[in-house]
Write a protein that binds this ligand. Structure first.
Ligand SMILES: [Zn+2]
Length: 82
């Protein structure tokens, strides 16, 4: 069970454009515009926030949807709360 969860969390990321090494990056890292480094070749990826505005918009939307879903789940778990 635990190993399965770990494997899933390892799936976050994308292949390095330079060496194809799997770069681990979270949505948060991308959204905050932090530089991401490739552990394989050391390539630094600076997220071009303007150039990727559409992608960031999509990620923001996804993040909000996830947050709303989590809030609804939390509400459903508390029968007394309104
Ligand atoms: Zn690389």
């Amino acid at each position: 069970m635990l190993q399965g969860l770990k494997a899933q969390s390892d799936n976050h990321g994308f292949p390095c454009p330079c060496c194809n090494f799997k770069i681990k990056a979270t949505i948060e890292q991308i959204l905050t515009g932090n530089s991401i480094f490739c552990a394989g070749c050391g390539l630094q990826l600076d997220i071009d926030r303007q150039g990727s505005a559409q992608a960031i918009d999509a990620l923001n939307t996804l993040n909000e949807a996830v947050a709303q879903a989590e809030a609804q789940v939390a509400k459903a778990k508390k029968p007394g709360a309104r």
